[in-house]
Design a protein around this ligand. Structure first.
Ligand code: TRP
Length: 342
């Protein structure tokens, strides 16, 4: 069941989140979602944030898209097993203390430091911003440091593209502590799953909504099966008897991430490499494996999404609790930095 999870040895506080820009897919599930659920089960204090303010940093003129994605994201959370009774699920913009803390942190980080962030650079390239970068977008890593430190998070389960953000949060925490002359904030650390990056169904390095190569947690059984059946395998594997390549083969990448029968997968790999194993039986196996993962998620997700009032109540209740936490941390940071208070 736990294919791809890292061992968890001691408890702490978890903060993580996602931009509400579209439904979550199996890449999110393998990379971060199931790790969060495992940490919730292991008794960590957990905060999961719908990062709407961060979503606006490159969607300022498409707020409707963000609005539509917010309840979808909460339903995805409930679907994968994030339990609002045990995990505080909240909306970033409903915790204004985070914006205030961001403003404080922007004085602790230089523009050139922000410009060096490899993930932000890649996003700027992908979005074609060139020199017309929204300043909020360039600064979102400082805002993310605020998200993390406002909850004194010790653990941040994320995909590997988020490592530069965690690094900046560590730097900022260290700087606050140095100026304060005592530990005001713990230094957070990233928690990566064994599967840090799930390829797309087309074999491209990353599954993503914009590339149209992802299997969504909300996909119906027929869609899941169709996507698996058209998955990229090994273009050189023409006849069943030909030796096939396992590396770069999306079907094996997904089996590695989700098939609980590890030994059988290793055996299949050996047979595939040798020749004599066709793509079809593998794809049929994968379709069943994925359906077994997605079916319970889909059922809970559909049920949660149907009750919009309850979804909004989860966010309202969570945001109220989150505000208390964030206000306390903000007050400590301000005091630690010696800022004037009335
Ligand atoms: N940047 C994250 C993403 O794109 C979302 C996010 C915002 C986040 N704030 C966070 C993740 C704080 C972890 C911690 O998915």
């Amino acid at each position: 069941m736990n294919a791809g999870l890292i061992g968890i040895t001691h408890a702490g506080t978890v903060l993580t989140g996602d931009r509400p820009t579209g439904p979550l897919h199996l890449g999110h599930y393998a990379g971060s979602l199931r790790q969060r659920v495992a940490m919730q089960e292991a008794g960590y204090r957990c905060f999961v944030m719908v990062a709407d303010m961060q979503a606006y940093t490159d969607n300022a003129e498409d707020a409707a898209k963000v609005s539509a994605a917010i309840p979808e994201l909460v339903a995805d959370y409930v679907g994968v097993g994030i339990d609002p009774e045990r995990t505080t699920v909240f909306l970033q913009s409903a915790v204004p203390e985070l914006a205030e803390l961001t403003a404080v942190y922007m004085n602790l980080v230089t523009v050139s430091r922000l410009e060096r962030n490899p993930t932000v650079r890649e996003e700027i390239r992908q979005r074609g911003f060139e020199r017309d970068i929204p300043s909020g977008f360039l600064c979102y890593p400082a805002s993310q440091a605020a998200d993390i430190t406002a909850f004194r998070a010790t653990h941040v389960p994320v995909g590997d593209d988020q490592l530069p953000m965690i690094e900046l949060a560590q730097e900022i925490a260290r700087k606050v502590n140095r100026i304060a002359g005592r530990e005001v904030l713990p230094e957070p650390r990233a928690v990566l799953s064994k599967v840090t990056r799930l390829p797309g169904t087309d074999g491209k390095a990353k599954a993503s909504k914009s590339l149209g190569n992802a299997i969504f947690l909300s996909d119906g059984p027929d869609t899941v099966r169709e996507k698996v059946m058209s998955m990229f395998t090994d273009p050189g594997h023409l006849k069943v008897s030909d030796p096939g390549k396992v590396e770069g083969n999306a079907v094996f990448a997904y089996l590695d991430a989700f098939d609980p029968a590890r030994d059988e997968v290793e055996e299949l790999k050996a047979r595939y490499r040798k020749g004599g194993l066709g793509d079809m039986p593998l794809k049929r196996r994968l379709a069943d494996v994925l359906e077994a993962v997605i079916a319970p998620v889909r059922a809970r997700r559909t049920e949660a999404y149907a009750d919009r009032g309850a979804v909004l109540e989860i966010l309202r209740e969570g945001s109220r609790a989150a505000r208390e936490e964030a206000a306390a941390a903000l007050a400590e940071v301000r005091a630690g930095l010696g800022m004037f208070s009335l």
